[in-house]
Design a protein. Structure first.
Length: 247
């Protein structure tokens, strides 16, 4: 509820523009009209609906009942035919049989999943031969630091879960929420090898020195829609993107 109503997600403006996608991922989402797209970890559906507005036939998946309910209502209000499935990503092959031209996932997704090999297997399972996986994600270097991005507190490599107590939420830092978060940091080599193990070959890869979201502490907007840490500037990689093709 807090995310849905937040200024961060700005549903009021989204309903007017019909687009929540960023420049980073849009460059890989051209000519998708009529294509079947599976959007993994879709939250309450803004990006799924945006892909529908671009002419794709989209199915979004998330494991939160409330998020899926919100997504369905939002799609209906915005008059798109976007479909949504409530499921744990790892369990999706057991309940859903369709194949897709493109699988999409972005920003703050794979870190919630402990096993990147199983994640890649799910992606490969749903892609048609020659199908494309488009992925944009926060850089694993960022998750090594504390919230203020001043001290290194976690390993770059995925050896143990990262367990943190968090007040508020990235979408509303003053929200009356106290939660224990459990995440996993997946190094770039781990991601690449997991995809390769599932016959997904990366043919495009980029790293970026900014975030398209004001979702960390101590950020400043140096260009419209582009944020960096005040005390690090352009020194840290903040996001990466990749495209992988199924053999």
């Amino acid at each position: 509820e807090i995310h849905y109503d937040s200024e961060f997600y700005d549903n009021k403006n989204f309903k007017k523009t019909g687009n929540s996608l960023n420049e980073i991922e849009l460059q890989f989402l051209k000519e998708i009209k009529g294509k079947k797209i599976l959007h993994l970890l879709c939250h309450f559906g803004q990006d799924s609906i945006s892909l529908s507005k671009l002419g794709a036939k989209v199915t979004g998946v998330d494991f939160s009942n409330l998020a899926i309910e919100k997504a369905q209502n939002l799609a209906k209000e915005m008059e798109t035919d976007t479909r949504f499935i409530c499921s744990d990503i790892y369990n999706l092959p057991n309940i859903h049989e369709e194949k897709y031209d493109l699988v999409f996932s972005s920003y703050g997704t794979v870190g919630w999943l402990p096993d990147s090999n199983k994640w890649a297997q799910v992606i490969s399972h749903f892609l048609k031969p020659g199908g494309k996986f488009v992925f944009a994600e926060f850089h694993p270097a960022i998750w090594m630091f504390d919230d203020a991005v001043e001290k290194v507190t976690s390993r770059y490599f995925n050896s143990d879960p990262i367990i943190e107590e968090e007040e508020g939420t990235y979408a509303n830092k003053n929200a009356a929420i106290l939660a224990k978060c459990v995440t996993w940091n997946h190094s770039l080599s781990e991601i690449f090898n997991s995809l390769k193990n599932s016959e997904l070959i990366v043919n495009d890869f980029h790293e970026y020195d900014y975030s398209p979201y004001n979702c960390f502490k101590n950020l400043y907007e140096y260009e419209i829609g582009k944020y960096r840490f005040k005390h690090h500037g352009d020194k840290l990689p903040m996001v990466y993107s990749l495209v992988a093709i199924k053999k």
